[in-house]
Design a protein around this ligand. Structure first.
Ligand code: HSC
Ligand code: NAD
Length: 698
């Protein structure tokens, strides 16, 4: 392997060029190389300045996250930054691409910073459940003031060079080769006899109302603790001498590193990348994806078309009649107008997308040239089969026929065509141009290059794509049906829907299950209950109180009344007083004596139901690995990222404890709580779900 830091001398400037692909993470070898390079430069009497620069696509992407949790190795990053800053030589960082986390902290250790116009800087540790631990919390507030520093650290956002210049984080922007630009800047500074400027020697930043900022940070973090720790570290920067502030930062960093939230978030970081890395797709070339068809321009079809248009694809959308054609076009234009108003596209791009890239028609022949079609018509097998029959007749040979069905059997849909190998499920989430998840549902006969194309489409649309097998609801909706049922059972037994929603938002979900039901429309669940009623097992407990509300025409948010009451034009809601009465009537009819649940009981039962079904989904091969389930829940169902996903949560609780709870619940309702065999075997053999993630994929 080549040297991770290449040393060279150019006149009176020594260059330390970091070369650690793909993103110059600060591994031990890089830290060692930088420290050794500083020693070497200082030992050379001809050298007056040091330029730190990165090879490849980034200056430095931060500490090497793979080293977290392993025994620390010298030199420690904070010490390296201090060592750079303390150098008697003038130290300059020339930044391109991203300078993130420890990468920015190294640059803040330098005395001057120059950046490319396209460079971006940031302290994204908060997304890993951490805080900047190599002086970022102490140096950044000295440069920008506390408010800006806190905003940058607690959002973790990437700041463009121009903004960084405005805040005084960098000193100069100049386009060109980063090393050449950096050398010119270093030489100019030497000519001017510019002083060494140590950020640590700047005056401590002015204080703010720390306790108020702490409360706000915790509220915004919805249960995540690192934003609160960021405030405390900034407070240390303001109140303590620099060295003591550094010690306070280090203590807070290690507290977070040892906690569960950083473990969950680091799990999410690596697995959101790993999830679409299927060994069987190595070397498989995806089919073409220039033009796509969409059947049905309702909620989902319009969202999918929008996503494809925003990814520069030609889109042909088919609806049933001219009125629906106009309605579909209006929905897509509305979605694109949203992208325009958020600055994601320009007016010119908007015009091009709606006039040239999008065709909306009634006639299926319009689809003769598309590479892939996604069907998003009503969730009804007969309608789907009719549509697939038409697609089979008009689509060119090799075109991929995909269904966005939520629950239906993709094998059955495939079998109704003359080309089952070209059929796949592509399950998007609503709103499809916003939600990050795509389940790529692989049917029995789906060809491997069709699977590869499904993943390629996901990549082009900026989605996190997860492979799923065929079953009722695939990965996500199948698990959802079970944990949702656990919530319904708790209502029957005495917990109010409002307490359940509160307990689960307290756990970190963006919304509780009953608020979600109102948003999705209560009619969906009502219809499903009616459809499933004839085959229901006698031991299955299904509450019907909410059906009474549906019978009166109340379907949740869209009609203004559901579990909650909604005022027209407002997002605010209040509990619907009819609900406790309806629940009480059903409890009386079923002779249930309601009991109290603590918030902790509620979370535990909800999570145990989720984990138990997820273990079955992995065991049956519907999901490849536990981490795949975790990513589905994270990106499709609002699961709190700081837990890493339900199976990471289970690992962090201890699987033996989770299984013991499930067995205890089974004493009340053995039909619902059947322990998953995989969970039992992991407990029996002392393994975790994460052990299965690490096992080579079959
Ligand atoms: C940090 O810096 C902590 C410090 O404040 C203090 C530490 C002090 C501790 C000591 C105390 C005594 N490490 O995303 P991509 C891999 S925390 C290791 O597909 P892109 C990534 O897994 C860090 N690996 O590319 C992937 O691997 P694969 C703060 C890293 O162009 C490959 O690189 N920094 C890595 O779409 C390509 O990545 C961050 O959180 C890292 N830091 O995006 C930045 N970064 O090919 C995290 C990436 O095997 N990184 N990899 O799948 C990113 O945001 C994005 O990767 C980039 C590139 C925007 C850098
Ligand atoms: P929708 O009722 O909003 O839209 C369906 C559209 O299909 C309507 O505009 C209808 O006119 C059109 N359509 C019906 N038959 C057609 C045909 N033969 N040819 C062309 N167009 C036809 O429904 P939706 O919510 O967009 O759901 C569509 C599909 O996506 C369903 O299979 C659903 O299960 C699935 N899905 C929905 C969601 C969701 O949250 N809404 C999420 C994921 C998947």
């Amino acid at each position: 392997m080549s040297d991770p830091v290449v040393f060279s001398v150019h006149g009176s400037v020594a260059v330390l060029r970091i070369n650690n692909p793909p993103v110059n993470a600060l591994s031990q070898a890089v830290r060692q190389g930088l420290s050794g390079g500083m020693d070497r430069a200082e030992a050379d009497s001809s050298v007056k300045a040091v330029l730190i620069v990165g090879e490849g696509r980034a200056f430095i992407a931060g500490a090497d996250i793979t080293e977290f949790g392993k025994p620390p190795m010298e030199p420690a990053l904070p010490d390296l930054c201090t060592r750079i800053e303390a150098s008697p030589l003038l130290v300059i960082a020339s930044m391109h691409g991203v300078s993130l986390g420890g990468g920015l902290e190294v640059a803040l250790g330098a005395h001057y910073r120059i950046a490319q116009p396209t460079a971006r800087i940031g302290l994204p540790e908060v997304h890993l459940g951490l805080l900047p631990g190599a002086g970022g919390t102490q140096r950044l507030p000295r440069l920008t003031g506390v408010e800006t520093a806190i905003e940058i650290m607690s959002t973790g956002r990437q700041v463009k060079a121009a903004e960084a210049l405005k805040h005084g984080i960098i000193d100069k922007i100049e386009e060109g080769d980063p090393q050449e630009v950096g050398l010119a800047y270093a030489n100019a500074l030497l000519v001017q006899a510019a002083p060494r400027r140590a950020v640590s020697e700047l005056p401590a930043p002015a204080p703010i109302d720390w306790d108020a900022a702490h409360v706000t940070a915790l509220q915004k973090g919805r249960g995540q603790t690192s934003p609160g720790a960021i405030i405390r570290a900034a407070q240390a920067a303001s109140e303590l001498p620099f060295a003591e502030g550094m010690a306070a930062e280090r203590a807070l960093f290690f507290e977070l590193l040892q906690g569960n939230q950083s473990k969950g978030m680091i799990h999410a970081f690596f697995n959101e990348r790993a999830v679409s890395n299927l060994p069987e797709l190595k070397g498989v070339t995806p089919r073409a994806l220039d033009a796509i068809g969409v059947i049905g321009g309702g909620t989902m079809g319009a969202g999918i078309a929008t996503a494809a248009l925003l990814a520069q694809m030609q889109v042909v959308l088919i609806e049933t009649n001219e009125e629906q054609v106009a309605a579909a076009r209006k929905r897509i234009e509305g979605n694109l107008a949203g992208a325009l108003s958020r600055g994601k596209i320009t007016q010119m791009q908007y015009d091009g997308l709606v006039t040239q890239a999008l065709t909306v028609a009634v006639n299926y022949d319009t689809l003769s040239n598309v590479d892939l079609v996604i069907e998003a018509v009503f969730e009804d097998m007969a309608v789907k089969k009719e549509v697939f029959g038409k697609l089979d007749a008009v689509c060119k040979s090799g075109a991929i026929l995909a269904s966005n069905t939520s629950y239906l059997d993709v094998d059955e849909i495939a079998a109704s065509t003359s080309r089952p190998a070209d059929v796949i499920g592509l399950h998007f989430f609503s709103p499809a141009h916003v939600m990050k998840l795509l389940e790529v549902v692989v049917a029995d006969k789906t060809a491997i290059d069709v699977v590869a194309t499904g993943f390629e489409l996901g990549k082009r649309l900026g989605k996190i794509s997860v492979r799923a097998g065929v079953c009722d609801g695939f990965i996500g909706n199948r698990i959802l049906a079970v944990y949702r049922t656990a919530a319904d059972h708790m209502v029957l037994d005495g917990a109010s829907p409002y307490q359940i929603d509160r307990a689960l938002t307290g756990f970190g979900f963006a919304m509780g299950p009953f608020a979600v039901a109102d948003l999705a429309g209560l009619d969906i669940g009502w219809m499903t209950r009616k459809r499933k009623a004839p085959d229901r097992h006698p031991d299955e407990r299904v509450p019907t109180y909410i059906d009474k509300l549906c019978e009166e025409g109340h379907f949740g948010r869209k009609t203004g009344e559901g579990y909650y009451l909604y005022e027209a034009g407002s997002r605010a809601s209040v509990p619907n007083p009819k609900i406790p009465e309806l629940i009480a009537a059903e409890q009386a009819a079923l002779e249930i004596t309601p009991r109290d649940f603590t918030d902790e009981d509620i979370v535990r039962r909800y999570m145990c139901a989720m984990v138990n079904e997820a273990a079955k989904v992995v065991d049956e091969g519907i999901a490849r690995r536990p981490a795949d389930v975790d990513m589905v829940l994270l990106f499709g169902y609002g699961f709190p990222r700081f837990w890493g996903g339900p199976l990471k949560w289970a690992d962090l609780q201890g699987l033996d404890k989770v299984l013991a709870d499930i067995e205890r619940y089974a004493q009340e309702d053995a039909w619902f709580w059947k322990p998953a065999p995989l969970l039992q075997s992991l407990v029996a053999t002392g393994r975790s779900f994460d052990d299965l993630n690490r096992a080579p994929a079959s």
